[in-house]
Design a binder for this molecule. Structure first.
Ligand code: HEC
Ligand code: HEC
Length: 321
């Protein structure tokens, strides 16, 4: 008995020492670095089609974080919706400025970052979503837009600020929040006339709806998104611009707690104008004002077809809870 007790004390002490050691290491290491990614891509040619698509994608998926309302360019800003327990984080300047923006980054470096989350200096760009399932053509369009003469990316000399993560955030960056690998093969989008396949691509690749709309960012599976916990069933808690918690909603086809009882017209209204049958939708739900009719139809078709999850959030009312 005494021996077992002694052994337990030794084991527990060693464990505590290991935890303390890990925390100490994490506190000093801060944000981890990795080998800089080197995707095997051709230089990206700019075409009017790419710039137009890139603008639409950047407005939908990047501007909420990167748009600076003083300069009206993607010059970066403090992220107001980071939970205080995470510390203070800043979106970087991604205008064409060579010193402070991404003007001096190569196409390869930009694609490498957008795929993996790792910058050209090897530092992991935290909180910034990575786009491992996005098609090569969509990514090329984003890069073409970032290099275009759009006023949104006009070279702006605002310096990007260093991140100030809390110890908790640093622990997460060393454990559950990790960069994603470069895709092993070319990534192509399915044909837009195949509504089910195209809808799936929009949800996991182009707009990453599943990232916000599943159970929790921490249990999402970037490489096999359908294996994310509570895939598209909502519940993921975020923070709105007023610092108040807001939960992403269930967008599976469950009639009581999801969107199974919505018409395609109601769905289009919610996505394009932020008007849900439950009332106005607020940040961080993006406004997809430029969605094409084919995109709306494909998203609606796919979301009605995914496995239904019964999971109520506040707007479903007491009957569904
Ligand atoms: C949730 C907020 C968020 C979204 C959405 C987002 N970013 Fe970022 N991005 C960040 C943050 C924060 C950083 C800086 C991270 C750091 O320095 O650790 C960053 C960094 C970057 C950088 C690296 C710049 C540098 O100098 O280090 C590029 C390029 C970039 N983002 C492009 C994009 C593009 C393109 C999109 C849309 C496809 C996008 N981001 C969407 C938050 C975001
Ligand atoms: C950055 C996170 C984020 C992304 C990305 C996102 N959403 Fe949302 N979505 C939310 C949040 C949060 C709400 C709830 C907003 C509120 O309470 O005002 C919401 C609400 C909705 C609603 C309203 C549901 C209801 O019952 O009223 C629909 C529909 C929806 N999102 C569909 C989508 C689709 C489709 C996509 C991808 C094209 C998407 N969302 C991408 C965060 C996100």
């Amino acid at each position: 008995m005494k021996k077992i007790l002694t052994i337990s004390i030794v084991v527990i002490s060693l464990l505590l020492l290991a935890v303390a050691g890990f925390l100490g290491y994490v506190a000093v290491d801060g944000i981890p670095s990795y080998a800089a990614p080197q995707p095997n891509i051709e230089p990206i040619a700019s075409t009017p089609e790419r710039v137009a698509l890139g603008e639409k994608l950047v407005l939908a998926s990047c501007a909420d974080c990167h748009l600076n309302s003083t300069t009206n360019t993607l010059g970066g800003q403090q992220l107001r919706d980071v939970p205080p327990a995470f510390g203070t984080l800043y979106a970087a300047n991604i205008t064409r400025n060579r010193q402070h923006g991404i003007g001096a980054w190569t196409d390869q470096e930009l694609v490498g970052l957008l795929r993996t989350g790792i910058g050209r200096d090897g530092r992991y760009r935290v909180v910034m979503p990575s786009f491992v399932q996005m098609s090569d053509e969509d990514l090329a369009s984003i890069v073409a837009f970032l290099r275009s003469d759009s006023p949104l990316v006009r070279a702006t000399p605002t310096p990007s600020r260093a991140q100030e993560p809390s110890l908790l955030a640093k622990v997460l960056f060393h454990t559950v929040m990790k960069p994603t690998p470069l895709p092993a093969a070319p990534v192509t989008a399915p044909d837009s006339t195949d509504a089910l396949a195209y809808g799936r691509y929009l949800v996991i690749g182009r707009y990453k709806c599943y990232d916000c709309h599943s159970k929790d960012f921490k249990t999402n599976n970037a490489l096999e998104p359908e294996k994310s916990e509570g895939y598209l069933g909502g519940g993921n808690e975020m923070v709105n611009r007023q610092g108040r918690p807001v939960r992403a909603r269930n967008i599976t086809g469950d009639a009581d707690t999801g969107i199974g009882d919505w018409t395609e017209g109601q769905f289009a209204q919610a996505l394009r104008f932020g008007q849900s049958p439950h009332g106005p939708l607020g940040y961080p739900m993006p406004k997809y004002s430029r969605l094409s009719a084919a995109e709306v139809h494909a998203l609606y078709t796919y979301l009605q077809a995914v496995p239904k999850i019964r999971n109520a959030t506040a707007e479903d009312g007491p009957a569904a809870l």
